[in-house]
Unconditional design. Structure first.
Length: 242
């Protein structure tokens, strides 16, 4: 594995959607098991799926990255090749709304990872670069679309990982429950300790029993000096340091 190129060396669009810290946090959130098959829905340039492979070099994992954008699929494949993990990573060009009519079989993955668009359609400033908007807004796929696809693909009693806006946490919980995905672990993510949480990391289990573990808050940056990572953040996700 050529980990020195991750994440800053990843190929991604100059003017399209570019990954941010939330993708790296999701890749560090769930420790997979030996031999797990992992599905990354809306994979973009592959950052989440590639991150989980690189974070667990001792495990034999098989990751499938799914995206509806041919350009992003091409970037994901090139990144897997450059990182030396092409044997563990494959891609599939697919609109996730059609997942049950694709080559993906029902209940065939041990872990499904979701980093869906955070905003409802047209809720916020639209980018002049139209390629960015489907990843930021629920234009081509909604939160429910992603969660339904996860329910279809994940095995019974296996895991779904998601990162999403804290302000929409109630919607996430409702959609998960509707789709028989029981939240089991949650970690709020704060930019700084004196500000409200912006993000939440969630782990759900398909048809899981009751019981939610609310983990300690993850604080990314120190108050002073500005934009310096906390030791906690660096320990949680070493990729943030690179």
């Amino acid at each position: 594995m050529n980990i020195k190129h991750f994440p800053r060396g990843l190929k991604q669009p100059e003017k399209g959607f570019r990954f941010s810290v939330d993708a790296l946090l999701l890749s560090a959130f769930i420790r997979p098991g030996q031999g797990w098959k992992i599905l990354d829905l809306g994979c973009g340039c592959g950052v989440v799926g590639l991150g989980i492979i690189l974070a667990n070099p001792d495990l034999e994992l098989k990751v499938t990255g799914v995206d509806c954008d041919p350009q992003m699929i091409a970037f994901a494949e090139e990144n897997a090749q450059n990182l030396g993990v092409k044997d563990k990573y494959q891609t599939l060009l697919l609109d996730i709304k059609q997942i049950n009519h694709s080559s993906i079989e029902a209940e065939s993955f041990d872990l499904v990872l979701l980093n869906p668009p955070y905003r409802a359609s047209r809720q916020g400033r639209i980018s002049p670069y139209k390629e960015k908007n489907p990843a930021r807004f629920e234009i081509s796929a909604t939160l429910n679309t992603f969660i339904q696809a996860a329910r279809f693909a994940v095995k019974n009693k296996k895991k779904v990982g998601i990162i999403y806006l804290a302000e929409r946490l109630a919607e996430v919980m409702t959609e998960l429950k509707t789709n028989r995905l029981t939240p089991k672990k949650m970690r709020p993510v704060y930019g700084r300790i004196n500000k409200p949480a912006r993000l939440c990391l969630l782990q759900a289990v398909k048809n899981g029993g009751p019981g939610l573990c609310l983990e300690p808050p993850l604080v990314l940056y120190k108050d002073e000096p500005a934009n310096i990572l906390t030791d906690q953040a660096k320990a949680f996700c070493p990729f943030l340091k690179k």
